[in-house]
Design a protein around this ligand. Structure first.
Ligand SMILES: [Zn+2]
Length: 433
């Protein structure tokens, strides 16, 4: 067994319903086989387990690994395509790059860049939007398995209104998806996600094929996009003759295992339907700002009882760090004025960890440091004399320290990462250990 010593912060109880930041200062977690077996003060646990190895993480703060509920594997190399609304950005920036993943060797390089980007940002679990090409989807599953990253992903499918070299058809989509699920679903930490790109680019026949795959693969998830951009929404309504959520729901694609990204412009009936189905929304604030999509109506989601978690939406999002996404979420709610939902640092940590784990159906496994959870963790320890180091040194309490992490933290401050007790990253040589 291993005794991890440090200051641990987590949010086991939902701050939206009164939960508070949990703090263990000079605390310890006793970990065996990747699972937290006991927690408490270091003094107490060390007295009870004097023979166990100690990993000393004193200085800085240990947070649960982040859970990114919406991030696109093929887009890591095109982050930063600023200045365009959604449909233009897809045509000019994202989809030309996605077409390059037809080349498996190219896809392997992208998979390496992508997994490194996630882990380097302290993300240990992700719902990953895959590629339109099945061999490329194999490469991201393989790289995640090699590193140990906990991902849920799948084949992205479309059959209209985007570039034709990304098209599939219902039979091929069904066959390739089931073959990928057979290779990866439930293997190690991998799970399969049925992934229509968005209903704008999917005929009813293709969405029906998605429903077949969802019903055939027990425990598979469903992920897609919804209500991101006004022009997109008007096109979907013209194509289907119904609202955006219903375009999925009438194929049985909206349920407790569904995560839909964005939902910036929902109607009240759509929010009610999402809540009734138990589906979750991935809130991606830096993407919403960069594409000018709009400000996320978090208070309306809460009022309707819709589950919300956090997504980076790389590559429309501006980076992998859920610290930056948390800050962006806070800013968006501030800009909404009275219609905004005030967010504390505790809300931001919950959205980036516990809420994500629950949205992905992994709430019993990860998302906080309770006894029985896997030890998925990140050690935030900035280089000396950086603004974040100064801020943490002078923080008045752990909540204040957490606010400074969200305001100032970057992947450079993520000193080490563990998944199920195994260290995933080497210490950054630029930081003093
Ligand atoms: Zn997306």
């Amino acid at each position: 067994m291993t005794l991890f010593r440090g200051t641990f912060l987590d949010t086991p109880d939902d701050p939206f319903t009164g939960g508070r930041l949990r703090t263990e200062q000079d605390g310890a977690l006793l970990v065996r086989d990747g699972v937290i077996r006991a927690r408490g003060s270091f003094a107490d646990l060390h007295r009870q387990h004097p023979q166990e190895d100690i990993v000393d993480l004193s200085g800085g703060f240990v947070l649960p690994g982040f859970v990114d509920t919406h991030v696109h594997f093929p887009q890591v190399r095109v982050i930063g395509g600023l200045g365009m609304p959604l449909l233009d950005w897809l045509d000019r920036t994202a989809l030309p790059e996605e077409a390059r993943l037809a080349d498996r060797a190219y896809a392997e390089g992208v998979a390496t860049d992508f997994v490194r980007g996630l882990v380097g940002a302290g993300t240990t679990t992700a719902l990953v939007f895959g590629s339109h090409f099945a061999p490329a989807v194999d490469t991201v599953f393989a790289e995640a398995a090699r590193v140990g990253l906990r991902i849920t992903s799948g084949l992205v499918v479309s059959d209209r209104l985007i570039r034709e070299d990304l098209f599939t058809d219902p039979d091929r989509a069904r066959e390739e998806s089931l073959a990928l699920a057979a290779r990866w679903h439930g293997v190690g930490r991998a799970r399969y996600a049925v992934t229509p790109r968005f209903s704008l680019s999917c005929t009813d026949d293709l969405l029906a094929a998605c429903a077949d795959v969802l019903q055939t693969v027990p425990g598979a998830m469903l992920t897609s996009h919804v209500n991101e951009n006004i022009r997109e929404i008007e096109t979907v309504e013209a194509l289907f003759g119904c609202d955006y959520v219903t375009s999925y729901d009438r194929h049985g694609l909206v349920g407790p295992g569904t995560v839909l990204a964005h939902n910036v412009h929902p109607t009240d009936p759509e929010l009610a339907l999402l809540a009734a189905r138990g589906a979750a929304v991935a809130h991606c604030p830096s993407s919403n700002a960069a594409l000018g999509s709009g400000l996320f109506p978090l208070a309306r989601h809460r009022a309707n009882g819709v589950r919300v978690a956090m997504g980076s939406d790389v590559g429309a999002g501006t980076g992998f760090s859920l610290l930056k996404e948390g800050l962006s979420a806070y800013v968006a709610q501030q800009l909404l004025g009275e219609a905004g939902h005030p967010l504390t640092p505790t809300h931001l940590l919950h959205l980036a960890t516990r809420a994500g784990a629950e949205a992905l159906g992994l709430g019993s496994a990860v998302g906080d440091f309770s006894v029985g959870r896997r030890f998925d963790a990140q050690w935030i320890k900035p280089a000396p004399s950086t603004p974040l180091d100064v801020g943490l040194t002078h923080a008045t309490d752990p909540g204040d320290a957490l606010a400074k992490m969200f305001a100032l933290g970057t992947p450079a401050d993520v000193h080490r990462v563990w998944i199920e007790g195994d260290p995933i990253t080497a210490p950054d040589p630029h930081l003093v250990g």
